[in-house]
Design a protein around this ligand. Structure first.
Ligand code: 13P
Length: 252
């Protein structure tokens, strides 16, 4: 059975103190009522070690939002997968559309990041998704297929089992415009079929595929009820403990 996951992606928000408080608040809510899914907090690098120390690992897992495409050395300002792992974080988000669009992350770069993350024992939340013009041209399937193939399909089936996919249509991120549950289901099922064609039905069945893009407490139940939508990757609504909990509570 594949894992159900609700993961926050704080992006570039929260000072260290604000982030620790938010993590403590999420943890306190979940301590009262254990979540019915895996809950992950994706935080900036500077928060990782403190957030790990401030949550109960049985209730809350911690993720970085990125890692370097180089192992170590003279890369000023970069943070390696090994460094992320050493904080106690268990996951790393890679391939977010903001990294692709604003920081020029290509499939080739992402492939290196994925390899380094896995080699250092991190699980990867790998983001894919089309931009508006591609959706309007009905190219979304070929876009996500190429993103998955180019950065992930060199992995062995065993390595691929450490990957969580996150379908995030770029036109839905931070826009208040969500994919309909039918649109989400259609493309999630397609993504699963792409995985099945490469790794077989068992691996595809076991792959968690999250939806991301203006997901909130009000639309999460319908989205997560779709057979191929296994949870969400949450931006804006992960920045307040109550809002984030409202989404986690969609899994009853
Ligand atoms: P929003 O939930 O703010 O639309 O962001 C989604 C996202 O990019 C998560 O990675």
């Amino acid at each position: 059975m594949r894992k159900k996951i609700v993961a926050g992606n704080w992006k570039m928000n929260n000072t260290l103190q604000e982030g620790v408080k938010l993590a403590q608040d999420v943890n306190a809510i979940l301590a009262k009522e254990a979540p019915k899914c895996t809950v992950i907090l994706g935080t900036p690098f500077i928060h990782l070690a403190d957030v790990v120390r401030n949550v109960d690992n049985k209730l809350v897992k911690v993720s970085a939002e990125n890692c370097a495409d180089k192992e170590k050395g003279a890369y000023t300002g970069e943070v390696s997968a090994a460094m992320v792992k050493s904080t106690g974080a268990e996951y790393v988000i890679l391939g977010h559309s903001e990294r692709r669009a604003y920081y020029g992350e290509t499939d080739e770069i992402l492939k290196n990041k994925v390899d380094l993350a896995l080699a250092n024992g991190l699980q990867v939340i790998f983001c894919i998704g089309e931009v508006l013009e591609q959706r309007e041209a009905n190219q979304q399937n070929e876009v996500v297929k190429a993103q998955v193939e180019n950065a992930l399909f060199h992995l062995s089936a065993e390595q691929f089992s450490q990957i969580v996919l996150a379908y995030e249509p770029v036109w839905a991120i931070g826009t208040g415009k969500t994919a309909t549950s039918a649109q989400a289901e259609e493309i999630h099922a397609y993504i699963r079929s792409v995985v099945a064609a490469k790794y077989g039905n068992q691996v595809a069945d076991d792959t968690t595929i999250l939806y991301g893009g203006s997901c909130k407490a009000s639309n999460a139940p319908e989205l997560f009820a779709q057979p191929d939508v296994d949870g969400g990757l949450i931006g804006g609504a992960s920045l307040k403990a109550e809002d984030f909990h409202g989404i986690i509570a969609a899994f009853k």
